[in-house]
Design a protein around this ligand. Structure first.
Ligand SMILES: [Fe+2]
Length: 400
């Protein structure tokens, strides 16, 4: 049973889980790029800078008057830097670090020329070495720049997604609290309705269970007529409460076993209006007012309280009218005997186009032959201690 105000969370849980997974992946990416910067992008730049500097010093020293004597320290620096460069690149090249093999190739040529004291080709080879080593260095610097951008991007994205997740969690929690509040209000309303229905039926032992049975018939008929689920909820509740206005009808009329006087019948006919008044104070229940107020209207317009006819009578009220009449006919009252289901169905057919619409009666008879007892208000069917059973015989006929 659901009243109005249903709220479905617009941020499903799986979206929150997706955000969490995305944040985890971004954090992993953040850690990975940070490790690359620390472990080899930055050292690669330092090693490359040192090697380029050593190559430039060696080239500059060759222009001096006594190159062999003046460049001994520079040559040592060059060899040392070159060895570090070669070792570092060999170590991290497999991890995707950029590496220009031409640097090693030309560096080896320079070392061989130095070992052979063949200085003439050296300036040319060192120019080449400086060129390719500088290119290599610029590549490493670009790798660092990209890695830093990736780190910044990932960090900002993690922060943004975390904020989104926080906001979604806050929103979802508020929705859950609102849903919980609505559920509690629904439960309280249903308890109040049950108390009202019990109070009404306690006045007349012979009508005990009537409201619940009408609700069951109405629900089956509503389903057969393809009412949407929202209407079915309201329909079932309206059927339960259709006669709630009888609480305001005096015992002398409501419980009278014999024929009613005009005045007494007038009192009985007030119960739809009284029911409307009772429900009007509850925002939760206003949707069911048409079913309660108009369940005694007739298809030909001779019903009460408004005397409307045909399609002007809401479907909810027409359904309750049929269910109410059928249960009244098949139940025993002090003033008349119960009809058999077959007899009651014949009576319903006789009321086509006067009391009820043809398609509704035909559909109802079909549902009686294929019942589907899926009422969500089964607790209304549970017997209340102290009340007599409903199956008592004998005569008369009155439908209020
Ligand atoms: Fe009624």
């Amino acid at each position: 049973m659901k009243l109005k105000g249903k709220i479905k969370p617009s941020i499903p849980l799986w979206i929150a889980l997706g955000l969490g997974l995305l944040i985890s992946l971004l954090v992993f990416r953040l850690v990975s790029f940070s490790a690359k910067v620390t472990d080899y992008y930055t050292p690669a730049v330092l090693v490359s800078e040192d090697f380029v500097e050593a190559a430039e010093h060696l080239r500059d020293s060759l222009g001096q008057k006594e190159p062999a004597a003046s460049t001994s320290m520079v040559r040592i620096h060059f060899r040392s830097s070159f060895q570090k460069f070669r070792k570092f690149m060999a170590l991290f090249h497999r991890d995707g670090l950029h590496f220009n093999a031409q640097v090693i190739e030309v560096g080896d040529e320079v070392l061989a020329l130095l070992a052979a004291h063949n200085f003439n080709p050296l300036p040319n080879r060192l120019d080449k070495l400086t060129e390719v080593a500088s290119q290599n260095l610029r590549q490493h610097q670009e790798e660092i720049r990209r890695a830093k951008l990736n780190i910044q991007f990932s960090a900002y994205l993690v922060a943004l997604l975390s904020l989104l997740l926080l906001g979604a969690g806050f929103y979802y929690t508020k929705l859950e609290l609102r849903l919980q509040e609505i559920r509690e209000q629904e439960a309280a309303t249903l308890s109040a309705i049950k108390a009202l229905v019990n109070a009404l039926e306690a006045r007349d032992a012979y009508t005990k269970g009537h409201s619940a049975r009408v609700a069951r018939y109405a629900l089956q008929l509503g389903k057969a007529l393809n009412c949407c689920s929202c209407d079915l909820d309201a329909l079932e509740l309206a059927a339960i409460m259709h006669d709630i206005g009888k609480i305001g009808v005096p015992d002398q009329a409501l419980l009278k076993a014999g024929k009613l006087t005009e005045e007494e019948y007038g009192l009985i006919k007030k119960h739809p209006r009284i029911g409307e008044t009772i429900l009007a104070d509850s925002a939760h229940l206003e949707k069911i007012i048409p079913g309660v107020l108009l369940h005694h209207e007739r298809f030909d317009g001779t019903g009460y309280p408004q005397g409307i006819s045909g399609d002007r009578i809401p479907l909810m009220a027409q359904i309750i009218s049929v269910a109410d009449a059928y249960d009244a006919m098949t139940s025993t009252r002090p003033y008349r005997q119960a009809l058999s289901p077959k007899q009651a169905m014949e009576e319903l057919k006789r009321g086509i186009n006067t009391q009820w619409e043809q398609k509704i009666i035909e559909c109802f008879i079909q549902t009686l032959q294929n019942p589907d007892s899926t009422s969500q208000l089964e607790f209304f069917l549970q017997p209340t201690p102290g009340n007599p059973p409903t199956s008592v015989p004998k005569s008369g006929a009155r439908s209020n």
